[in-house]
Write a protein that binds this ligand. Structure first.
Ligand SMILES: Cc1cc2nc3c(=O)[nH]c(=O)nc-3n(C[C@H](O)[C@H](O)[C@H](O)COP(=O)(O)O)c2cc1C
Ligand SMILES: O=C(O)C(=O)c1ccccc1
Length: 383
């Protein structure tokens, strides 16, 4: 999309003629289709939030509290959606959020997602609790951009080992998720009696790790699950752990799960390279602020010293425009691509991405901009 004349898919109705015809168009449609196809356990695990799901709902509602006030007569014929992030040129400001245990949506899991991401040039953030190893996923992606998401562990040497493996496999950033020191309170999962982690769906990176395996008396699923559960529960996590991580990698480190501007300030002071404003898609602390509401104050204290990314509730091109206009460098999507994966595997993820990116292109143009870098507060009004 770099600075070239754009075709306009909505004008040409190319979409109607493509073989995507039978596929859903809106994320709501993808979700509905996924609900029809998946058993209740996996569907609710993916779609659900924690507690009374107030944060899940407010993530979406927050986008409705801002309106775009578009500019006209600006010649938007030569557009680019490209951005630069940690020295890498990206085609669009969209990434795939780390989502664990993707085999609960589709047997191919992360491998199907990885192929779609690589084909679209969209970076995939690979979860610690993947159903395939980070090396297998990397191999699937060739030279395409990928980051590794780390769940801190009670066992620091396991973390260091996984980070080293990620570096060796060509991952170009480490995302440390800091809002999951214990798992959120998920009523739907209690009702369904469903825990993919307990089913052993997220073990691949652990059972392939020499340090992790050295901690087990015998490497089998039961022992591994117990040890992972022991590892993931780590309420001691604190800022000194960031220093430890810094000593073990030269890659850019992002912290995912920041909502308070004071934490954003601390992150910058600690030498963190990027922040992801996230409430885990409303899956961790219910009652937490929506991410779009949290963004402006965080963008203000960070003051462009490091990139600020955002996830949780991004569904449309206009949502991306709003997040970027309020100070985000890029956004990540979680459930949308998981619904795509559940409904149509690699093709589904590809279609969700294609739709979002094309809709973003139209939204940027109709807002009166030639690039995402031009988007700013002057085109937004708080309702
Ligand atoms: C099924 C599922 C599994 C997830 N697993 C992880 C994970 O392993 N690591 C992580 O940092 N975040 C995880 N997340 C959170 C996402 O990275 C992201 O923050 C969230 O999905 C964004 O909100 P959205 O789904 O509204 O786009 C998961 C989310 C879902 C829906
Ligand atoms: O489901 C999640 O949101 C998630 O992040 C997670 C965390 C630990 C284990 C499995 C999934």
């Amino acid at each position: 999309m770099a600075g070239t004349e754009q075709k306009n898919e909505s004008l040409l109705f190319t979409r109607v003629n493509k073989d995507t015809q039978a596929l859903p168009i809106s994320i709501e449609d993808w979700e509905q289709k996924a609900r029809e196809l998946l058993p209740a356990g996996p569907f609710d695990y993916i779609a659900g939030g924690s507690g009374a799901e107030e944060t899940l709902v407010s993530n979406r509602a927050a986008f409705g509290k801002w309106a775009i006030v578009p500019r006209m007569l600006r010649d938007v014929s030569k557009r680019t959606l490209g951005i630069e992030l940690f020295g890498q040129q990206l085609k669009t400001p969209v990434l795939l959020a780390p989502v664990g245990m993707q085999a609960i949506a589709n047997e191919e899991g992360e491998l199907a997602t990885a192929r779609a991401a690589a084909a679209a040039g969209v970076p995939m953030v690979v979860s610690t609790v993947s159903a395939h190893t980070l090396e297998q996923i990397a191999e699937t992606m060739g030279d395409a951009p990928r980051w590794f998401q780390l769940y801190w562990s009670n066992d620091r040497e396991v973390c260091a080992s996984m980070v080293k493996r990620a570096e060796a496999a060509g991952y170009s950033a480490i995302v440390l998720t800091v809002d999951t020191i214990m798992l959120g309170w998920k009523r739907r999962d209690f009702r369904n009696g469903y825990s993919p982690l307990r089913e052993g769906r997220g073990l691949a990176n652990y059972v392939s790790d020499p340090v992790f395996c050295s901690r087990l008396s015998e490497v089998n699923t039961e022992n591994a699950v117990e040890e992972v559960l022991r590892n993931i529960y780590h309420p001691t996590l604190n800022w000194d752990d960031i220093d430890y991580l810094r000593q073990h990698t030269k890659l850019p480190i992002l912290v995912k799960g920041i909502l308070h501007p004071d934490d954003a300030k601390l992150a910058v002071e600690r030498g963190v390279d990027g922040i992801i404003v996230s409430n885990h898609g409303g899956r961790q602390l219910d009652g937490a602020i929506s991410t779009l509401d949290a963004l402006p104050a965080i963008a203000e204290v960070v003051d462009r010293r490091i990139p600020v990314l955002l996830d949780s509730g991004v569904r449309t091109g206009a949502d991306v425009v709003k997040a970027i206009a309020l100070g985000a460098t890029a956004v990540l999507i979680g459930r949308p691509f998981m619904f795509g994966l559940a409904v149509a595997g690699e093709k589904g993820v590809a279609s969700v991405l294609d739709t979002l990116i094309n809709e973003l292109d139209v939204s940027v143009a109709l807002s009166g901009s030639n690039s995402v870098a031009e988007l700013n507060r002057s085109i937004l009004i708080r309702l």
